[in-house]
Design a protein around this ligand. Structure first.
Ligand code: ZN
Length: 325
């Protein structure tokens, strides 16, 4: 919590809201964006505490504590549960938001994953945002701003939660008790996304996958190894995007190693990355990264995962061989 408070309160986004709120200026709706969905939600909770706290955001009083525990009667968080926002949620928001706050001067609606709401649902909320109830603040959280209707955007003040650098994510993770080796991998994997990185850092299966994938790539030399490599990668096909992101990270690191060793993110895996770098030319690595992007699209279209992986491994071998220099 202390770590998180430091991270959140150090952002320009936080400072801008703090200045407004302490001058008693509250917009009725904020579109808050960030690349990290977990961090974004936490940020909105902090912003809500700041809006309701009688001391303007002390983060330790009874009001703040209840907001953090998501137990404050005037803070409404959607979607309820883990799923997407439903029509019934929107109807509830539209119907209830005109009820006066129970305790304090204002009430807050946090709507997470706003960008995943269909245009129809977003439109349903538009009228409320155009003629907003008094003393109500809407925080709309989105990781993909382009999926938010322009009409909604025009009714909101836009706040972008500052991107977190690799070094800042590392600092956050190591200060949270994660060892440097693990922190590097999670931070490299979740570029700019500190809280998502923290979730991965606590997931042992994530590291097992990383090590297995790294090993499979290191040992991919000729067509004889293709079968084994494909089989290893295919064992992680149930989470294809995670698999591809890992491959991308490893090959990008190898490419970085070609130009500037100091810029490596995975410093503790330097020897492994060097081993891969020595087997691929720069052009080959560029081509491999291109192949990975194409595979990503195929996975998005739900193509057969094993088939995509087989083709990918053979194509990697091909560019590795063709682009020797
Ligand atoms: Zn407080």
């Amino acid at each position: 919590m202390e770590q998180l408070t430091r991270l959140v309160s150090g952002t320009k986004a936080f400072e801008s809201l703090w200045k407004q709120f302490s001058a008693d200026k509250f917009a009725h709706a904020y579109l808050v964006t960030s690349a990290d969905p977990v961090y974004l939600h936490e940020f909105l909770v902090y912003a809500s505490a700041m809006a309701l706290c009688p001391k303007g955001g002390c983060f330790s009083c009874v009001t703040c504590k209840r907001v953090f525990a998501l137990g404050h009667v005037d803070v409404h968080v959607y979607p309820k549960g883990k799923d997407k926002i439903l029509v019934s949620d929107v109807n509830e928001i539209v119907g209830d938001c005109f009820i006066k706050p129970f305790e304090g001067e204002r009430k807050v609606y946090i709507i997470n994953d706003f960008d995943t709401m269909s245009p129809v649902l977003q439109n349903k909320l538009l009228k409320t945002l155009e003629e907003p109830p008094e003393n109500t603040i809407f925080f709309l959280g989105a990781t993909n701003e382009s999926a938010v209707l322009a009409t909604i955007k025009s009714r909101c003040q836009h706040v972008h939660v500052d991107d977190t650098s690799f070094e800042e994510v590392m600092k956050y993770l190591t200060n949270s008790g994660i060892n440097e080796v693990d922190a590097e991998i999670a931070a490299g994997f979740c570029n700019n996304r500190p809280l998502l990185a923290e979730q991965y850092a606590k997931d042992k299966s994530f590291y097992k996958m990383f090590d297995d994938v790294l090993d499979a790539i290191k040992n991919l030399d000729s067509s004889k190894d293709a079968l084994l490599c494909s089989a290893k990668l295919a064992s992680y096909a149930s989470k294809p995007q995670r698999l591809l992101q890992t491959l991308l990270l490893i090959y990008r690191e190898a490419l970085v190693y070609h130009s500037n060793e100091d810029m490596l993110l995975l410093k503790h895996k330097k020897n492994d990355i060097l081993c891969i770098r020595q087997k691929y030319s720069q052009t080959a690595l560029h081509n491999v990264i291109d192949l990975l992007s194409k595979a990503k699209v195929k996975f998005e279209y739900n193509c057969n995962a094993s088939a995509v992986i087989d083709t990918l491994v053979l194509s990697i071998l091909e560019v590795k061989h063709i682009c020797q220099k």
